[in-house]
Write a protein that binds this ligand. Structure first.
Ligand SMILES: [Cu+2]
Length: 120
């Protein structure tokens, strides 16, 4: 009887760990809701996440490379260029001029069409 409840306790604990771990990845994805003064973009799994961010004029976007591969965040029109970001490295850029900035990774051609929208 006592052994049984100990086993049940352990089983519940293990299930809790598994479930808890699964849940920790389900943070709400920051999307382009109301524009803010700052936004962050993770470069992960060969993608910019989120692919679209919206900041107010004067706002700053920070990109962080969470992959093992190097990446860049490079504006198609030359407004900004992170140059090569290795694992764990970040790049910040402050957008003073309203507009839509489309950028890509210079190293991986499939990492294209990510966007920073600057406006109110
Ligand atoms: Cu890349």
């Amino acid at each position: 009887m006592k052994t049984k409840s100990v086993l049940l306790f352990i089983l519940l604990g293990v299930m809790g760990l598994v479930y808890g771990c699964g849940k920790s990845h389900s943070n709400p994805m920051p999307t382009n809701g109301a524009p803010a003064m700052a936004a962050t973009v993770n470069i992960q799994n060969f993608a910019f996440s989120p692919a679209v961010v919206h900041v107010l004029p004067g706002g700053t976007v920070t990109w962080t490379n969470k992959d093992t591969a190097p990446h860049t965040a490079t504006d198609l029109n030359g407004a900004f260029d992170s140059s090569t970001l290795n694992t764990g490295q970040s790049f910040k850029f402050t957008f003073n001029n309203p507009g839509t900035y489309t950028y890509h990774c210079l190293i991986h051609s499939m990492m294209a069409n990510a966007t920073v929208i600057v406006g109110n």
